[in-house]
Design a protein. Sequence first.
Length: 648
Amino acid sequence: MSKINFNKEQLAVIEQIDNTIEASSLEAMFGRTIDDLSLDDLLSLLKIANALYRSSTQIVSDNIYDSYIAELKSREPSHPYLSTIEPEVTSDSKTVVLPKKMLSTDKAYSFDEIKRWIDRLLKAAKELDVNESNILIRVTPKLDGYAAYDDGKTLYTRGDGIRGQDITRAFTKGLKVAENGVRGLGPGEIVIKKSYFDAFLSDTFENSRNIQAAIIAEKKVDESIQKAINKGACVFFPFSLIENQTSHFKDILSDFDHIVEKIWNSVDYDIDGVILEVTNDVIKQHMGATRHHHRWQIAFKVNAESAEVKVLKVVPQTSRTGRISPVAELEPTKLSGATISRVTVHHYNMVKTNRVGPGAIVQLVRSGLVIPKIEKVIKGAEPELPDQCPSCHTHLIWEADHLVCPNKTDCPAQTENTLVHFFRTLANNDGFGPKVIEKLHLYSIKRIHEIYAIPKHQYLTFGFGDKTAQNLVDQLRASLEIEIEDWRFLAAFGVSRLAGGNCEKLLQHHSIVELFDLSVDDMVKVDGFANVSAEAIVEGLVNIREEFFKVYNLGFNLAVTPKRSEQVNTQSPIAGKIIVFTGTMTQGSRGDMEKHAKALGAKVAKSVTGKTSFLVTGEKVGENKINAAKDKGVEVMTESQYLSMISS
Ligand SMILES: [Zn+2]
């Protein structure tokens, strides 16, 4: 089909239906063959073609329109559009303007596209004079549910991104916000836990989309769906509360598959990709948006391939933390363009209960570049469970689902992997890979600070050549001199639950040295740390304390993470304000509201003073308290007034 040119009337109709799309790109889209259209393109075309038809300015023949519909049916047989074509387009009277535009997300299907996107970020950073070390990228699972927007009062469908429909009734039916979150957190998705769907709903419903449709429909929901809502298996998941990982862009580039895989497997919901976005507000503003999508954000999507493969044997490997990883050796199999001959099984309890032994047949799935994983065991076989650490032969013990080597002080595998992890995480030097570390370990070098103390002539006695020895000495000096972020340095010590993202969050509030004196109570005050993590981190820091300071005192060139207070989110209406919350909140816990307010750049105080900007009152707040605040010139507002203010 040849390229189309819209006339004036047609452009007016398009503008009314969807003004997030550029007319020129739409014209080009109509010109493409169906196979070249993404699902989103296809939907846009259907919507526009349908609207033009209805406004008597038909642009494609009925045949072509029908072929679009047929294509959508074949790609997504139960796509909501197929059942909602009429109401979406014709019931204009029932749509309302969304409080905020909901743009769509640009998509990438290859690592090369991601690299090009990062190049654009770097270009923007350069123009703005933003240091490369401050370019962090947040990676979030892309939930595959029903998109909606919650302003605290009303829940809207995404509609065309400008106008949607009021579906607040979903909350009236008892739908909760995920993670005990409050109402009013903006865009998100209505989703259903995969495990719950498989266990309780898959007999009745073909897929989770039918359930999402029922939740937002006007009529009462089926009893089994009501139960899923009541049990919290169906929720509205605001994007801001979804599990995520923030990494430096260099780590995204060097460890892309691994990071994507981790995020991909981090939630129990249907996912159709991961979203990458730059966190720096200045860069975001500079890059801005097209009418269709934000330029500072991109979705990485992949098409999964699977195969049934025979397990040859399962080999135990001791990790840095002492956990024993079961690695299944497979009959070599081609999947998504690569030959796969081994795959890590989640843990030994899985080996045991799912009988992943020699001769077992497993279904292997690989989504694009992501490391393959075992989707399910088709036919089990007697598993082999090791009773000794393959490295130090200590008797293994069970800790929850894992077999663990309890020898924390003298297990070669744990020692070597810890050292390798350190240098790999620093990522500013070369040479200290597994081979070199293994050799050093043979000569009883077990600690990081010991490596830094090795003089050149000693490398020669260890059997390294003169050139290699000089190179290793030079590399160590470089690792001290080249500037690295303090969060990366801390993450290199490999404390459990202290990977880069968490290190950075803590260092936004405390200096690296102060962290070692924090109590569990101090740590949970930092947004994003629950008690369990805080306890593990405090204990982990105690364990590395001595070694940490020996290494720290060697004089690394650390770039200090900017403190949170220095990078206030100036866009939010409460940025820089001092807020006191009082009384019982009805739309979520007070703790969550306080955390959210801090995230929007506000300071949260416990009691009202003359400096307080707002007093937000829940239920059961005494008249005296309110009057006292007003006397001090403090603006008093209810919970719902507050929620509508922050969502505006
Ligand atoms: Zn061991």
